[in-house]
Design a protein around this ligand. Structure first.
Ligand code: CTP
Ligand code: MG
Length: 231
């Protein structure tokens, strides 16, 4: 079976306002709840683990308890870095979870189709990530702000979540990262370090991460378009 971990314990600095952006409402529903509901519609996903700041555990448990349509869930406390939050979530994995998905709670527009494709690829290859082709030209720069090199855009992807892995691979990658004090910016980078193969699953440009205030409007526009209400 598949279990999914949702890091939602960040400080939402770029959103501002001093509140957890994952609890802001998008089309009348907290972002975290919308994300968990979408994963709950995927048949193979059987268990959800939300990771939040210590002072928000009760609030989030109340939101989830009162919601309909959720698979079995647990809430746990996060850490100072996203990677530490996920490491805490890993401690709550059910024994029979063979595939682990990690998904930013702040990506509420994820489609069930991408989730299914990431699960398929993780089962087949051991690791898989959702991503889209890079739209912008990306350059490597030096510390003084000069361009060093321009990698060909056709070889570049912008990486999203979900990222999915066979259980033993992800657990080994997290153990090794802890031993070596390696801090990565995504989960796949921890698996890459131990030689794991990662398959890229082409996702959608609408799977944005709610990061700054205008992203709420962008996400609501995507939702209206999806429901055929665009004007
Ligand atoms: N996250 C987490 N624990 C942390 C940091 C981040 O669980 N210590 C979560 C966030 O809550 C978010 C996801 O990881 O759902 C992606 O992180 P990001 O978008 O950077 O969120 P924040 O770190 O909260 O935002 P900012 O960087 O603007 O402070
Ligand atoms: Mg952050």
């Amino acid at each position: 079976m598949v279990a999914a971990i949702f890091p939602a314990a960040g400080s939402s600095k770029r959103m501002g306002g001093g509140v957890n952006k994952n609890l802001l409402e998008l089309a009348g529903e907290p972002i975290l709840l919308r994300t968990l509901k979408t994963f709950s519609r995927v048949a193979r996903v059987k268990f959800l683990i939300a990771v939040v700041a210590a002072h928000e555990v009760e609030t989030v448990e109340k939101i989830l308890r009162e919601a309909d349509g959720l698979k079995p869930w647990r809430v746990t406390v996060g850490g100072s870095e996203r990677q530490y939050s996920i490491a805490n979530g890993l401690k709550l994995l059910p024994e029979d979870a063979e595939i682990i998905l990690v998904h930013d709670a702040a990506r509420p527009l994820i489609s069930t189709r991408t989730i299914d494709e990431v699960i398929d690829a993780a089962e087949k290859f051991g690791g898989a990530i959702a991503a889209v082709p890079a739209k912008d030209t990306i350059k490597l720069v030096d510390a003084a702000g000069f361009v060093r090199y321009t990698p060909p855009r056709a070889e570049l992807i912008a990486v999203q979540t979900p990222q999915g892995f066979r259980r033993e691979i992800l657990l080994r990658a997290y153990e090794r990262a802890a031993e070596e004090k390696f801090l990565g910016t995504d989960d796949a980078s921890l698996v890459e370090r131990i030689g794991g193969r990662i398959k890229v699953v082409t996702s959608s440009y609408s799977n944005i991460k709610i990061t700054t205030p205008e992203d709420i409007n962008v996400a609501e526009t995507f939702l209206r378009v999806e429901h055929g209400q665009a004007t």
